[in-house]
Design a protein around this ligand. Structure first.
Ligand code: HEC
Length: 102
């Protein structure tokens, strides 16, 4: 039983998928925006900055280092406010972003 004609059904699929695609796009851009707070010292996209390059580093290794930084006392390191300034979920997105840069 066809409630919708064939042509209308394909349009309906597109219309229903668009918000999901828009959302996926937002999440990807959002990770880069979060990571841009690190570009100043670690270079744009984690490449050739003043300090350690992060591009292509292992995600879990990066997260372990960031979590170590979070446990240190304030002023212990220049990294402390940056490791503390994001939620664990945001740090996960940031580490994921840098790990995927080539
Ligand atoms: C103000 C400059 C600055 C900013 C901004 C900054 N970092 Fe750092 N980062 C450093 C310095 C300096 C070191 C090395 C010394 C240290 O560990 O304290 C470092 C070390 C690291 C390390 C360990 C590198 C290694 O291989 O041992 C990681 C991972 C890291 N930063 C990730 C980040 C992330 C992710 C952000 C953004 C949320 C960020 N950093 C923002 C200066 C910065």
């Amino acid at each position: 039983m066809h409630i919708f004609p064939r042509v209308f059904r394909s349009w309906l699929t597109v219309v229903l998928l668009l918000p999901a695609l828009a959302q996926a796009q937002f999440v990807a851009n959002d990770a880069r925006l979060l990571a841009s707070g690190c570009f100043q010292c670690h270079g744009t996209n984690g490449k050739s900055g003043a300090f350690d390059a992060l591009a292509g580093d292992g995600k879990q290794d990066m997260l372990n280092k960031l979590n170590d930084q979070r446990k240190k006392s304030a002023n212990a390191s220049i990294m402390y406010p940056h490791a503390r300034g994001y939620t664990p979920q945001q740090l996960d997105m940031i580490a994921d972003y840098f790990s995927k840069q080539k």
